[in-house]
Design a protein around this ligand. Structure first.
Ligand SMILES: *[C@@H]1O[C@H](CO)[C@@H](O)[C@H](O)[C@H]1NC(C)=O
Ligand SMILES: *[C@@H]1O[C@H](CO)[C@@H](O)[C@H](O)[C@H]1NC(C)=O
Ligand SMILES: *[C@@H]1O[C@H](CO)[C@@H](O)[C@H](O)[C@H]1NC(C)=O
Ligand SMILES: *[C@@H]1O[C@H](CO)[C@@H](O)[C@H](O)[C@H]1NC(C)=O
Length: 394
């Protein structure tokens, strides 16, 4: 009874002792600031821990949604599945294995062609005198090739049909890698087409590739409809939209990279099952333009140059790159192609803006290209006549 009374008294006293409203603010403000700060902190922690609730949380603060807010929040780590953890462990183990280049180390030339290779005679000139430093593999998807060079005889691997832009193209590349990997001396793996020609001497090419500390896999971020616009929701969560990349398929990669490409089934299966036409809306995902760039961007971004050593001319801005005809083949043209030391990038956003990236080789700016592509079969004689001249190391 006494206590209650006391309490009542105290309460009354407290009420009575309150200062006027004018003076109340200074004593109360810190409480409000503390409350507000802890509320914001709790929200930030909550948004970070429960990313799925992010959007809802944002709407509590602004009807405009999350954009601004999520941008400055740290990216939330997604929990990997068992398969993803396993894939990453195996891949990092392979990537950490030492790279050993010996005198007997070879470069595997892997040709992806429908049939006969029109430039065998030119390649013969290129390979001559370098026996034991290279090996040739041919994936002929349509017709049995007729050979004009001894280096190409009996080098066909068991092949299958290839449809441009479809997963069968990736399958052919993996089949070539698998066959080339059977030879332990192969340390570098180059993918070439029937329209590819050498732009450099064998020694130049060999040293450039063998002693480079990165693989040449083309990879860039195209936020437009022909880039990220081709990402499929079905690829989630393993392949996030922001990791989707684009690039030409013509790679040159070191052995460790060839092994992880051959061994990957997790990321490959996402492209096999969901990268194609008619899967989501009217998107048309081109498997060979996205699988390797995305795979390497996600798993070893620092290990690739982000450009390819195979030149092609897209400057005409047509659906297909320019094809070189006999009248185009001059000493000047070939010198021009071999002196290019930066790669251009144009996204499909439609701005037409071209960005140039210098070609760096182990930290030194050097010419970008070792091979050229889209040469018409009829350019063979002219190229043979010019070959020893344009490949002189300068
Ligand atoms: C290639 O791009 C990735 C980012 O996409 C970057 O981390 C890497 O350093 C680049 N490679 C080179 C050789 O600059
Ligand atoms: C190569 O040719 C292109 C177009 O013909 C020209 O724009 C470029 O300046 C030339 N580059 C060199 C290094 O000669
Ligand atoms: C390659 O060499 C350059 C220059 O020395 C260096 O900056 C870069 O980090 C190296 N890259 C790798 C993957 O070792
Ligand atoms: C070969 O190259 C030299 C310079 O290196 C040049 O003077 C000569 O005209 C070239 N020959 C042909 C056939 O282009």
């Amino acid at each position: 009874m006494k206590a209650i009374k006391g309490w009542r008294l105290g309460r009354t006293n407290y009420m009575q002792s309150l200062p006027g409203a004018r003076h109340r603010a200074p004593t109360r403000k810190p409480v409000w600031i503390i409350a507000l700060v802890s509320l914001i902190t709790m929200f930030v922690i909550g948004a970070y821990m429960f990313p799925h609730h992010r959007k809802a949380a944002c709407y509590m603060f602004s009807s405009k949604g999350c954009k601004g807010l999520t941008d400055w929040l740290p990216p939330s780590p997604r929990e990997f599945s068992d398969d993803e953890i396993a894939a990453r462990v195996v891949i990092s183990e392979i990537l950490n294995s030492p790279r050993v280049i010996k005198k007997s180390s070879k470069i595997a030339f892997m040709f992806l062609t429908p049939g006969t290779l029109p430039f065998e005679k030119l390649w013969d000139l290129f390979f001559q005198g370098h026996e034991g430093k290279f090996s040739v593999y041919i994936h002929a998807s349509k017709d049995t090739p007729v050979h004009t060079s001894r280096y190409f005889v009996n080098r066909e691997i068991r092949s299958d049909e290839v449809v441009w832009g479809r997963i069968s193209m990736i399958d052919a590349e993996r089949r070539l890698l698998t066959n080339a990997l059977r030879d332990p001396e192969n340390q570098q793996f180059v993918l070439l087409s029937d329209s590819c020609v050498p732009l450099r001497s064998f020694e130049y090419m060999y040293n450039y590739m063998m002693y480079s500390n990165v693989s040449y896999v083309d990879c860039f971020d195209d936020p437009g409809p022909h880039g990220t616009g081709r990402h499929m929701d079905h690829m989630l969560p393993e392949i996030p939209k922001e990791d989707f990349r684009k690039g030409a398929q013509w790679f040159s990669m070191k052995r460790q990279h060839a092994v992880i490409t051959m061994a990957d089934s997790l990321y490959y299966s996402k492209f096999r099952d969901y990268c194609g036409p008619g899967i989501e809306g009217n998107k048309n995902c081109i498997a060979d333009e996205h699988y390797l760039p995305t795979f390497f961007y996600m798993l070893d971004p620092g290990g690739i140059a982000n450009w390819t050593v195979t030149y092609v001319d897209w400057s005409e801005k047509k659906w297909h790159p320019r094809t070189y005809m006999p009248e185009d083949i001059t000493h000047k043209l070939l010198k021009n192609l071999t002196s290019i030391d930066a790669v251009s990038r144009v996204t499909s956003e439609g701005t037409g803006e071209v960005t140039w990236v210098p070609c760096m080789w182990n930290g030194i700016k050097r010419p970008c290209y070792l091979f050229g592509r889209k040469f018409h079969a009829s350019t063979l004689d002219k190229l043979i006549n010019l070959f020893s001249n344009y490949t002189i190391i300068s």
